[in-house]
Design a protein around this ligand. Structure first.
Ligand code: NAD
Ligand code: DAU
Length: 352
């Protein structure tokens, strides 16, 4: 029996993770806290609304008193921190919120967890240390920067982030590490490649292209479209996070990737072909500033030390994902029209 605090659980990966955990561990309690920014969508979780092991609380990870109260009310054993501003393009336009949420928010969570878990391992006489606790920081491969034509990201590489989003995630990783070194916070950091699958907000490449393609709208490809990402199905990522949560060696960083490098233009053409549309929709647009050319993850550590493997093939995963968006047109329409935000406002007050 464990109580897991999931932050950002109304977003893409977080909502898939909450459902994965409730399914897999019928005796765990999941407390999901989310600020319900533009990216949070409670519709992602409507199937589990009535699950008695699940509680949703609208809360901002930067709100120290509220987070403290949540730790006081629930006996939290583990934190999985997904909450973040996650879109690179937005970070180029409006970097500040990336720093306050991704860096300060993470530090607030660490501080409150430290207080409630009575961490002070440097004090050998501390009797009250709470056993079996863990803080898992969900980070990204972008913290390593960009690769050239060859090579892969390994956990020991220096962090060389190139945009405000990845710089904020790298900063958070360092704060998490510092709480391990200084206060003995039992932490893991996971660094994952690009996820795809159901419930991804349609500002990201794959759902954006599916949505535009279905509507016969232009498909904006940045620069020459030859940037490479290493795609991983979101449910496979969720299993990897669960593996690290339960088996990860405290203090360690684990890369998670799909062994599946694809150029953006090839993804766009695959979506066009699957939906039976014309490549004339492709529109090459100005490149993203500071655009990372290539990401590729070396999975050796997690596969050999923890026994996790990326099991989905991309061909199966992308077909299922396109089918999911076709079967859930209303989900995208509610986002595009803003209806999902109005739904929150009526339930939880002002949404920002
Ligand atoms: P997302 O944007 O879909 O979801 C983020 C969630 O966090 C939303 O529900 C949002 O409401 C919530 N949130 C934002 N600010 C908050 C705050 N201040 N307090 C509480 N909640 C807040 O993001 P995602 O794609 O699901 O990514 C989840 C995590 O995984 C992020 O930390 C991201 O950096 C990381 N990651 C994502 C990918 C990917 O491909 N999507 C890959 C590697 C790592
Ligand atoms: O690598 C992990 C990261 O993957 C995560 O940390 C981020 O949270 C997540 O957003 C994602 O970042 P990317 O910038 O790689 O994802 P995005 O979907 O925005 O873009 C994927 C690639 O497609 C990238 O090279 C930019 C390009 N692109 C994107 C959009 C939205 C286009 O060419 N056209 C577009 O319209």
């Amino acid at each position: 029996m464990k109580t897991i605090l999931v932050t950002g659980g109304a977003g893409f990966i977080g909502s898939n993770f909450v459902k994965t955990m409730l399914d897999k561990y019928p005796n765990y309690k999941i407390i999901n806290i989310d600020a319900l920014t533009y990216a949070g969508n409670l519709e992602n979780l409507k199937d589990i609304d009535y699950n008695e092991n699940y509680t949703f609380i609208k809360a901002d990870i930067r709100a120290r008193q509220k987070i403290d109260k949540i730790f006081e009310t629930y006996d939290i054993d583990m934190v999985v921190n997904f909450a973040a501003e996650s879109h690179v393009d937005r970070s180029i336009v409006e970097p500040e919120i990336f720093l306050t949420t991704n860096v300060i928010g993470t530090q607030v969570l660490l501080d409150i967890a430290k207080k409630h878990w009575n961490l002070n391992p440097k004090d050998k006489y501390c009797k009250e240390y709470k056993e079996g606790v863990k803080f898992l920081q969900v980070s990204t491969d972008e913290v390593y920067g960009a690769l050239g034509k060859t090579g892969m990201f390994v956990e020991t590489m220096p962090l060389m982030p190139n945009n405000p989003y990845s710089a904020s995630k790298a900063s958070a990783d360092m704060i998490v590490r510092s709480y391990y070194e200084t206060f003995g916070m039992p932490i893991n950091i996971t660094r994952c490649s690009n996820n795809y699958g159901p419930y991804q907000f349609p500002e990201k490449l794959i759902p954006l292209m599916i949505n535009n393609c279905l509507k016969g709208k232009e498909l904006p490809v940045y620069g020459d479209g030859m940037q490479i990402r290493d795609w991983l199905h979101v449910l496979v990522h969720c299993i990897a996070i669960d593996t690290v949560l339960h088996k990860g060696v405290v203090g360690e960083v684990y890369n998670i990737g799909g062994n599946n490098e694809k150029a953006n233009i090839d993804i766009v053409k695959l979506i066009i072909k699957t939906l039976g549309k014309s490549e004339d929709l492709i529109t090459y647009v100005k490149d993203r500033p500071g655009h990372d050319r290539r990401y590729a993850i070396d999975n050796t550590k997690i596969t050999t030390e923890l026994g996790w493997e990326p099991q989905y093939t991309f061909e199966k995963g992308i077909k299922e994902t396109i089918d999911w968006y076709l079967d859930n047109i209303d989900w995208i329409e509610n986002i595009v029209s803003g209806d999902y935000m109005r739904y929150y406002e009526s339930m939880y007050g002002e949404v920002y």
